[in-house]
Structure formats: structure tokens, C-alpha cells
Design a protein around this ligand. Structure first.
Ligand code: SF4
Length: 249
């Protein structure tokens, strides 16, 4: 089996509660969503950009698609110094490649990597098929007032419930923009509480300016929304995309 990747590199995790940890990022091509704030090229690429020396900005181009064995070779080359705490599976939407992941993950786990899955949080069946190998799930709950897409709440609740059933370490990230509809945000908070419990860790991530939108939320909005969400989910934090502040991948 083969898959298309866009990048493999080592950097600090820039988002969420694991911010600052050193991760090896494996970025898959392809996404089923079209969030207006998306900062990633999700198209299939002919080559994988591999940064063997972290932070160098020097990339080797390796032809796509890759077998599991080829992927493992690249992972081992980028992690030659064994200094990455976890493998971050990101995208795009890595869960679109669930069949490939079922073949890859036993190899990564065999090399003793902790697996961190970054996901849009709306493909519960695909999650179920690989969850036994996942250590941490960083799942999005998408607000349609922010993404400018159709609402997908039921899929998010099923996804979060699956994480709970399997007792996987999970947190929820919601990207907020100046256009966030407060009613929708509170409906999301209620859904998260019901599916994940009131101790679910929730990260409110202020949207970073992107090619198609500059509706960045104000400090007043963020603090107001944190107060409101905290009434239902006390463990709510505001954490921006810190890697962008440092000009890191
Ligand atoms: S889910 Fe992520 S990768 Fe896909 S369009 Fe939205 S922001 Fe981009």
C-alpha cells in the first residue's frame, strides 16, 4: 500500500496543550474540508519535502507515493538523533488514509514512538479503525460561522465519544474568528460536555490571518468567549499558533 505525503520534518509542536514539545511531523496530502482559514496546501504533491536537518530550511524532494517501508526509512532519517518526543500525524486529513495508517502504525509503535493525531475530528469510523495505536488525539470541533462550511456537530460528538470509550488522551481545539457566532460556540460547548464530560480540555485557538480571511478575533471577544465556555467546561484555555510567532514550520 502507498500514500501521498507533503512533508516530513522535526519542529516544536506549536498548538494546544503540548506546545513546545519536539515532534516529528508527518503531513499527509488531501482533505475533505475547506476551512476558510486553512493555511496548508492540501493538494496531492508529486514529491515529499523532507527536512533532514531540523530548522535548516533545506529540503530533499522524495517522489510520491510512499510505501510503509519508504516512510519508515524517512522517519528514521529525520529522527536520526532520536530527539523527537512524538510522531505527529497531520494534514490535510490523515484519517482519510486510515487503511495505510493501519499498516504504518504498528511499525511506528514498534520503534517506541508515541503517536499524536491531529485531526478535523469528524471521521469517527476511520478513527475507530486505528485508535488502538493512538496515544493523543488533538481533535477539532469546527464552527460553521468560522469555517464557512456546513455544520458537522454530530460527527464531532461521535468522534469524541469514541475517544472517551477507548480512554485515549484527547483534547478539543476550536478555532475562533471575529465572525464566531456565540450561539453556535455555546452549542458546541454543550455538545463537548455531553460527549466528553465536563473535564474535557478545550483549547480556543484565535484564528491567524490567512490568504482568504483576516477576521482575527479581538482580545475582548476571546476573553468573553473563554468566560462563557468556562461555565460549562472549566478546563478551557486560549492558546494561539505559537510556531508562527517564531517563524517555524
Ligand atoms: S481541516 Fe485542516 S487541512 Fe483541512 S481544510 Fe480545514 S484547516 Fe485545512
Amino acid at each position: 500500500m502507498k500514500t501521498y505525503l507533503s512533508e516530513i520534518f522535526s519542529s516544536v509542536q506549536g498548538e494546544g496543550p503540548y506546545v513546545g514539545e519536539r515532534h516529528l511531523f508527518v503531513r499527509f496530502c488531501g482533505c475533505h474540508r475547506d476551512c476558510i482559514f486553512c493555511d496548508t496546501n492540501t493538494e496531492r504533491t508529486e514529491t515529499v519535502m523532507v527536512e533532514k536537518e531540523a530548522g535548516s530550511g533545506v529540503f530533499e524532494q522524495v517522489p510520491n507515493p510512499l510505501t510503509v517501508e519508504q516512510m519508515m526509512e524517512l522517519v528514521r532519517a529525520v529522527d536520526a538523533r532520536k530527539n523527537n518526543r512524538r510522531i505527529s500525524l497531520t494534514g490535510g486529513a490523515p484519517l482519510l488514509q486510515a487503511h495505510y495508517l493501519r499498516e504504518l502504525l504498528p511499525h511506528l509503535c514498534g520503534d517506541d514512538y508515541s503517536i499524536y493525531l491531529e485531526t478535523a475530528g469528524d471521521l469517527p469510523h476511520q478513527l475507530k479503525s486505528i485508535i488502538e495505536w493512538i496515544d493523543i488525539v488533538a481533535m477539532d470541533v469546527k464552527l460553521s460561522s468560522v469555517t464557512h462550511e456546513k455544520p458537522t456537530f454530530p460527527a464531532h460528538w461521535q468522534f469524541l465519544q469514541t475517544c472517551r470509550d477507548w480512554e485515549v488522551d484527547v483534547f478539543v481545539k476550536m478555532v475562533l474568528s471575529a465572525e464566531t457566532h456565540e450561539g453556535e460556540l455555546m452549542e458546541a460547548a454543550q455538545g463537548i460536555k455531553k460527549a466528553g464530560g465536563e473535564n474535557t480540555l478545550v483549547v480556543l485557538q484565535p484564528m491567524t490571518r490567512a490568504a482568504r480571511t483576516d477576521a482575527v478575533p479581538s482580545p475582548l471577544q476571546l476573553l468573553r468567549w473563554q468566560d462563557k465556555v468556562a461555565k460549562l467546561l472549566p478546563n478551557v484555555r486560549v492558546i494561539p499558533q505559537t510556531h508562527k510567532m517564531m517563524d517555524m514550520l
